[in-house]
Design a protein around this ligand. Sequence first.
Ligand SMILES: CC(C)(COP(=O)(O)OP(=O)(O)OC[C@H]1O[C@@H](n2cnc3c(N)ncnc32)[C@H](O)[C@@H]1OP(=O)(O)O)[C@@H](O)C(=O)NCCC(=O)NCCS
Length: 295
Amino acid sequence: MRIRPMRTADIDAAERVTAQAFAPSPPREHTGSLDDTAAAPGQRPPLARQRWTARLAHFLSTDPDGAWVADAGDDIVGIAVAVRRDLLWILSSYAVAPGHQGRGIGKALLDAALAYGAGCLRGAVCALPDPRALRRYRQAGFTLHPTMRLVGVVDHDVVPDINGVRVGSQADLELVDSVDRQIRGATHRPDHGIMAGYGPLLVCDTLTGSGYTYLDRSGVGLLAATRRGVAQRLLWAALAQQPPGTEVIIRYLTADQEWAVDVGLAAGLRIEAEGFLALRHMRPPTPYVPSVPFG
Ligand SMILES: CC(C)(COP(=O)(O)OP(=O)(O)OC[C@H]1O[C@@H](n2cnc3c(N)ncnc32)[C@H](O)[C@@H]1OP(=O)(O)O)[C@@H](O)C(=O)NCCC(=O)NCCS
């Protein structure tokens, strides 16, 4: 078994390993949206597979030294993909193939991915409630914050009229960066192109605060604001855009995000237990809805 840097040629094998490793976690898969729900155990539907591999190719271009594989000679049996955004380290994907788990491969992969974060002040992972993963993260010094998700069909009859929220563009990215720096201490600058491909950017910029959200097929892919009131306006605007009758999901909300929980409950969504936000040297950013792959 060899832990080595991931290459572009490994992308398809990496996709297969993660699809198999996440398969026992129905109904939602660990890559950020409903379209990643496995079609059959161990497989993603074609669109989800295409999105996952495109995202990994993106990370290999932005952070080629953050992606690692466990190479068993004839096959890839594990991966860890980390990115650095300013001084924030984010673990975007982490899996060992079933049948190879619990033998120390995950530790070796995580050590390699963590080494890529040397010099970063903070670290973040949207973690599944997998006991092996949680053991790894805690032993690596991460604090585990339990999280909720909001799930359900939006009751459009109760969605209020929202003023001051508009569709954003490239011209808003300075504003978005500024909000990110204030709220999580790091921008998403290299990732805007790919997130914009998932869904529109909504922006709210008022005299008293500003914020933004990226929609995706499942609802809200990412949201940050400098004030709770702005965050709530953005969340209502995001929910208003959901097609009637479709299920939305807003994930990885710690107890710090009651501003979001309150909007979700008012909109008719229900609370379910999610995984953990694993953070090192930082408190949960707030008001903030993290992106699972982009932090
Ligand atoms: C999380 C994962 C990548 C870790 O890889 P791994 O090769 O299994 O990890 P390791 O063998 O290095 O470490 C697992 C640890 O959990 C322990 N462990 C094994 N099975 C366990 C179980 N059922 N319950 C609790 N702990 C368990 C092991 O003893 C080991 O701890 P130790 O090193 O202190 O003895 C892998 O298990 C996996 O792919 N899980 C499913 C997908 C997933 O949850 N990915 C993480 C997304 S955030």
